[in-house]
Design a protein around this ligand. Sequence first.
Ligand code: URA
Length: 433
Amino acid sequence: MNMYDIISKTKRGIELTAEEIKMMIDGYVKKQIPDYQLSAWLMAVCFNSLTEEETLALTLSMRDSGDVVDLTGISGVTVDKHSTGGVGDKTSLIIGPVVAACGVSVPKMSGKGLGHTGGTIDKLESIPGCQTQVSFEKFIEYINKTGFSIVSQSGNLVPADKLLYALRDVTATVDSIPLICSSIMSKKLAMGADCILLDVKMGSGAFMKNTDDACRLAELMVKVGKDAGKKCMAVVTDMDIPLGKAIGNTLEVIEATDILKGRDKGRLYELCMELSAYMLMLAGKGTKEQCLKLAQEAIDTGRALEVFERSVAQQGGDTSFINDYSLLDTATVRYDVCSVSEGYITKMDSEVIGKASLALGAGRVTKESSIDYTAGILLEKEYGEYVNKGEKLMTLITSTKCDIEDISQKLIDTIEISENKPQIRPVVLKTVE
Ligand code: URA
């Protein structure tokens, strides 16, 4: 079987064998198969999809294209969480310490952010001195000491995904459920945790724009994870509105710290408690209700904040900011975005807000771009809240040269205000066990 026949089979909807898929992935990584042939196959997948068996074979071939992390040096059960990317998503900084404070290890390897969704590594690196490039031995040592650490992904983890993702990005083949599933699950499986919680974001600013697609992706990822021998669960969560009140690296570290201090018990806290409870359930800590209680206690007793502080310190970070946020770098420009009418906020588009934050300097346009850790947006009003004309909706914050008035206008143009109070959806829209 050659690559021409493989493309032809997928084009005609004929199932590929696991051997054919492995041959294709190995051949592509070894540069024996050219980009144009793989692009043609990816496009055939976008039109004809893949079966569950094909998706599993693709995921495993991708996982095995590089190193598979051995976490057996960590004592006890390990749990990982993956979010499919969101605006203002700082949940990893909160739930890692919460779950670790309940006695379950959370070893996390993460990437830098690209485009309008932020990366957890960037948030951590906005803390003065905090190192995320650490040796594997140190990473295991950190987890065994505090139960929680987030470090940068090692160089040779799933090279097939790096190559395939770059190709998908320029051939309009990103938005295929089996391709997204294999991309995410190959990385999660290579990272070696015993249990995996998948947070599939749905809405504006997320890959999945509607609940049906988000549920299909969630179900497929859980099936692949279980078939690969992991304990696996997924939740579909709302990304039509940004997560929390802060978007941008330093601002999100402050917001996460406030949640860990128990100062903010809003929607972000609620989501973090749900995600932590599911992670604890996967690790065998009890029923959903028991695990929810454990997670809440970890915040209320200050144990989760302690884990966070020790984890930042062991990675070289200066933890004095926890008691004095002014010790973090602050921006030079603050700009108020005010409402042009009165009524209830019925739309606050996550993707537009994410892109505005990117334009303020908080994210990377290309992999090589530098980042302004101080930049971002503070949402002064939430979705569903009542505002008066002229009242402040958001504060734009930056130290980067940018056209702030234009950014503000684009935000105002997309915020919808109406007479009727909108329905607020629950944070977790669906659970796939
Ligand atoms: N995130 C990934 O890692 N891969 C995809 O294909 C989509 C989102």
